[in-house]
Design a protein around this ligand. Structure first.
Ligand code: GLN
Length: 185
């Protein structure tokens, strides 16, 4: 069976683990660079991107993730994970620089910083989108393909086997996006 890693440094990794198990695959918490070996894909969860980014660097996980992703390992970033995958950020220095997109942090502002809404995803269909101090994608280029636009904002992007969502499917009962990622792995 497939073994899918969930980066477990900070943030909502437990919820992703539970969703993967419901999809019938093995979920492995990843905290060290060597744990990246032998996994078929990696989820970078939501949380605080600066915290996750710094810890990733401190443990040498960033270079390992970049190498494996370039070799074709599927990676899916939700929310903070989307920020970590971007080649460009609006304010901060980018982290993994894997996906051809520019991401704006805390993009919805304070007034509507968290909300739920229905989304329509290319090839997947309708799902509930949970946004928590979410980023959105300001622009994509190169190989990146937009999979969902909500209110004129790009909220889901795919680039080969790399996936990024502004929202949190792991906080809903709907496993469609997890199943989609498992199929990529
Ligand atoms: N606002 C967070 C950040 O900038 C992301 C929020 C989330 O992952 N739910 O890192």
């Amino acid at each position: 069976g497939k073994r899918i890693g969930v980066l477990a440094l900070q943030g909502a990794f437990i919820e992703h683990e539970a969703c993967l198990k419901k999809c019938g695959v093995e979920a492995v918490q990843i905290r060290k660079a060597e744990e990246i070996e032998g996994i078929d894909g990696l989820i970078i969860p939501g949380g605080e991107s600066t915290t996750i980014g710094r810890l990733m660097r401190e443990y040498g996980l960033d270079t390992r993730i970049i190498e494996k992703a370039r070799e074709g390992m599927p990676v899916w970033g939700t929310c903070a994970g989307m920020i970590l995958l971007a080649k460009e950020l609006d304010t901060d220095e980018p982290w993994l620089k894997l996906m051809d997109m520019k991401v704006k942090r805390n993009a919805y502002g304070r007034q509507v910083d968290s909300f739920e809404t229905e989304l329509d995803i290319k090839d997947i269909g309708k799902i509930k989108g949970v946004f928590i101090r979410a980023p959105y994608v300001e622009k994509v280029w190169g190989e990146a393909e937009v999979l969902c636009i909500h209110d004129d904002k790009i909220v889901m992007v795919r680039q080969g086997k790399l996936l990024a969502t502004s929202f949190h499917p792991e906080l809903t009962d709907d496993l469609k996006i997890h199943q989609y990622f498992v199929e990529l792995c």
